[in-house]
Design a protein around this ligand. Structure first.
Ligand SMILES: Cc1cc2nc3c(=O)[nH]c(=O)nc-3n(C[C@H](O)[C@H](O)[C@H](O)COP(=O)(O)OP(=O)(O)OC[C@H]3O[C@@H](n4cnc5c(N)ncnc54)[C@H](O)[C@@H]3O)c2cc1C
Ligand code: FES
Length: 272
C-alpha cells in the first residue's frame, strides 16, 4: 500500500448538499493517490485538526470525494469552507474491500445511514463488471434521510441494480412495495433467495446494525468468509502506531477497516 504520511494540499472544488447536515465534498489534490472503496483518508484543516473519512465515490484521477456529516469541531470547520479553499489530505489508509473473483457471483451490498458512503464507492466499482447481479439493501430512519437516492433509482431503472429501501417510518401509499419496506433494513435479509452459495456481501452501517445483521446473514447459508463489514473506530495516527483503534486485538486502521465475518468472530468485542 502506498500511504503518504505527509498531507497533500487539496483544493475544494465542489460541495453538494444532500441533507441537513450531510454534504458531498470533492477535493482536487493533483496526486496519483486513489482511495479505493472501503479505504479512508484523513482530511486536515490547518490549525484546527483532522478526521478520517471514507471515499464515497470516484470522480477522476487526482480527486477525492467524501460524503460527510457535520459531527463536531473539525467537520463543522469544513462545513464553513467554500469552493477554492485549501485543506490537507493524508492517505490512503486501510485495506478496503477486496471481494473475491466476481465472475458468476451475486453481489449484495447493505448500507445503513451514512454507511452508504463507502458502499456507494463499492457500488460504482462493481456495477457493469463481472458480477452476475448487484443488489443494494439501503436503510435509514426516514425516507428523507436516504442519500444519493436519485442516482440509485436511476441505476435501478436501467436494470443495473436491484434496489430495496427500508425506512423506519410508515410508508406513503405511492411507495412501491417491491422497492420499499417499512422497518429496519435487517428485515430485508428475510427475503433472500434460498440458495445463497454464490452471494458475496459487503455491509456498512452503525454498530447496532452489525449486532443483528451479520449473524443473521450467516444463518441464510452465506459463508462467513464471504460476508464483509467495515468497522468504524476512533482513530488517531491511521498507521498502526498509537493503538487508538484496536478492536478484538486487531488494528482497525491498518488490518481493516474491512473484515470478514470469519475474522470478526475471532475478534471479541469488535462488534457489539
Ligand atoms: C474509517 C472511518 C471512516 C469514516 N468515514 C466517514 C464518512 O464517510 N463520513 C463521515 O461523515 N464520517 C466518517 N467517519 C467519522 C468521522 O471521522 C467523524 O465524524 C469525525 O472524526 C468527527 O470529527 P469532529 O472533529 O467533527 O467531531 P468530534 O468533535 O471529534 O466528535 C463529534 C461527535 O462525533 C463522534 N465521533 C467522532 N468520531 C467518531 C467515530 N470514528 N465513530 C463514531 N463516532 C465518532 C464523537 O463521539 C462526538 O459525539 C469515519 C470514521 C472512520 C474511523
Ligand atoms: S489509529 Fe493509531 S493504531 Fe490505528
Amino acid at each position: 500500500m502506498n500511504v503518504s504520511f505527509q498531507p497533500y494540499p487539496a483544493t475544494l472544488v465542489a460541495i453538494e448538499s444532500l441533507h441537513n447536515d450531510v454534504r458531498v465534498f470533492t477535493f482536487d489534490h493533483q496526486q496519483a493517490m486513489t482511495v479505493q472503496p472501503g479505504q479512508f483518508a484523513e482530511i486536515i484543516l490547518p490549525g484546527i485538526g483532522g478526521f478520517p473519512v471514507s471515499a464515497c465515490g470516484y470522480v477522476t484521477a487526482g480527486t477525492f470525494q467524501a460524503c460527510i456529516r457535520r459531527a463536531g469541531r473539525v467537520t463543522s470547520a469544513l462545513f464553513r469552507c467554500t469552493i477554492g479553499d485549501c485543506v490537507g489530505v493524508r492517505g490512503p489508509f486501510g485495506n478496503g474491500f477486496h471481494l473475491p473473483d466476481l465472475a458468476r457471483k451475486d453481489v449484495l451490498l447493505i448500507a445503513g445511514g451514512l454507511g452508504i458512503a463507502p458502499i456507494r464507492a463499492l457500488l460504482q466499482s462493481v456495477v457493469g463488471g463481472a458480477a452476475r447481479s448487484v443488489t443494494l439493501f439501503y436503510g435509514a430512519r426516514r425516507a428523507a434521510e436516504l442519500l444519493f437516492l436519485p442516482e440509485l433509482e436511476a441505476l435501478a431503472e436501467r436494470g443495473s441494480l436491484c434496489l430495496r429501501l427500508a425506512v423506519e417510518e410508515p410508508l406513503e401509499a405511492i411507495c412501491s412495495p417491491q422497492r420499499w419496506h417499512s422497518g429496519p433494513v435487517t428485515d430485508l435479509v428475510d427475503a433472500l433467495p434460498s440458495s445463497t452459495a454464490t452471494l458475496l456481501v459487503a455491509v456498512c452501517g452503525p454498530p447496532q446494525m452489525y449486532a443483528v445483521l451479520l449473524e443473521k446473514l450467516a444463518t441464510t447459508g452465506i459463508t462467513a468468509a464471504h460476508i464483509f463489514a467495515t468497522l468504524e473506530r476512533r482513530m488517531r495516527c491511521g498507521v498502526g502506531e498509537c493503538g487508538h483503534c484496536v478492536a478484538g486485538g486487531h488494528y482497525v486502521c491498518t488490518e481493516g477497516p474491512v473484515f470478514s465475518l470469519a475474522q470478526l468472530r475471532q475478534m471479541p468485542g469488535a462488534i457489539a
